[in-house]
Design a protein. Structure first.
Length: 347
């Protein structure tokens, strides 16, 4: 992509960080997500569903429990950015038949490559695929469950950098034949307008039809100042401006901004992923899997638990947030959030 991107930027003088991310990730010919399977055998990163079947199974437990407490209605299930379809495959395997029979399935992805992988794994008879969330939600005229695992971190962001002349848009330019950031500065603020758009769509739908949107991502509760833009290639950190279109670009998610964008709904969390999975019973599930496991499989299960739950791994950095319709019960997995709210209330 570099041979194409440099003249593109030179013609314009510079492009914003937002446009740079958008081109690198989603360009129809050169984009990272649109032209490859980043989760395949030569993957660049590992998501929670690819770490262990237990992750998708626990999401299934959360949804099935809430569906039961909602009175077991007909329900629409939507996953945004399903990757290879691993999470949904594991979820559908573990939930009971009455829940399966009550749902139809909608999957949203921009990648034709990943859509092909999903269709190999997901065999639900009512599964449909869409390129936008808006298109999918127009088909969901009733209670809806939305799963968004590592969606928001892959959305393009704007960065502003503080200079002697005040805050300015951070851009990517061609300087001495190579890509570089401009203007110079070390104090940076980030903003993701698409994240607010997505959350607005989800919360409007929850407010009208009820159900839950479950968002799982790595990030912080803002506002905050700092540069979180990063690149990953072959499971290692990579220069953001090197090999554009060949490395995954992400930024930490501002859960505070997501909470602010969620209107007329109940908001639960964010809570640490480790605590969320623990409350849903992942340890019990692990013990069940271990009963018939080989020695190698036992080691694999323990490594997966460590990665998913440990504070130094995904357990603390990754957060889980749910929004529900006002009449929808609190989903399982958020009792620690409720305890924190009660503690603050009584202080």
């Amino acid at each position: 992509m570099l041979h194409w991107l440099i003249p593109y930027i030179q013609e314009r003088g510079s492009i914003s960080v937002y446009e740079y991310m958008e081109l690198c990730l989603y360009h129809p010919e050169f984009g990272y997500y649109t032209t490859r399977n980043p989760l395949g055998g030569e993957s660049d990163f590992l998501t929670a569903p690819e770490t262990s079947q237990m992750f998708g199974e626990m999401i299934g437990v959360c949804l099935q429990d809430l569906w039961h407490r909602m009175g077991e209605p007909a329900v629409h299930l939507v996953e945004v950015g399903p990757g290879q379809g691993t999470l949904m495959q594991d979820l559908l395997r573990i939930v009971p038949q009455d829940f399966l029979g009550a749902m139809d399935l909608h999957l949203v992805d921009v990648s034709p490559v990943l859509m092909g992988e999903q269709q190999k794994r997901i065999t639900h008879p009512n599964a449909c695929w869409y390129k936008t969330l808006d298109e999918a939600l127009k088909k969901c005229l009733g209670p809806t469950f939305i799963i968004a695992n590592e969606l928001y971190d892959a959305l393009p962001i704007h960065q502003q950098v503080r200079t002697k002349d005040g805050w300015q848009e951070r851009c990517v330019a061609v300087i001495d034949g190579a890509l570089d950031f401009t203007p110079e500065g070390t104090t940076i603020k980030e903003h993701c307008p698409l994240a607010q758009t997505y959350m607005g769509l989800m919360s409007d739908h929850m407010a009208q039809y009820g159900g839950m949107a479950l968002c799982i991502d790595y990030g912080y509760v803002g506002p905050a100042v700092g540069d979180t833009l990063q690149a990953l290639r072959q499971h290692k950190f990579h220069d953001v401006l090197k090999d554009p279109g060949q490395a995954d670009l992400t930024a930490h998610v501002d859960f505070g901004a997501l909470m602010a964008a969620a209107k007329c709904v109940n908001v639960f969390g964010p809570v640490a992923q480790g605590r969320f999975l623990f409350e849903l019973g992942i340890m019990l599930r692990a013990e069940g899997l271990k009963k018939n496991a080989t020695f190698v499989q036992l080691q694999q299960i323990d490594r997966a638990l460590h990665r998913l739950l440990d504070e130094g791994q995904m357990g603390e950095l990754f957060k889980v947030m749910a929004i529900t319709g006002e009449q929808t019960p609190m989903p399982a997995g958020f009792s620690s959030f409720l305890q924190e709210c009660n503690t603050v209330h009584h202080m």
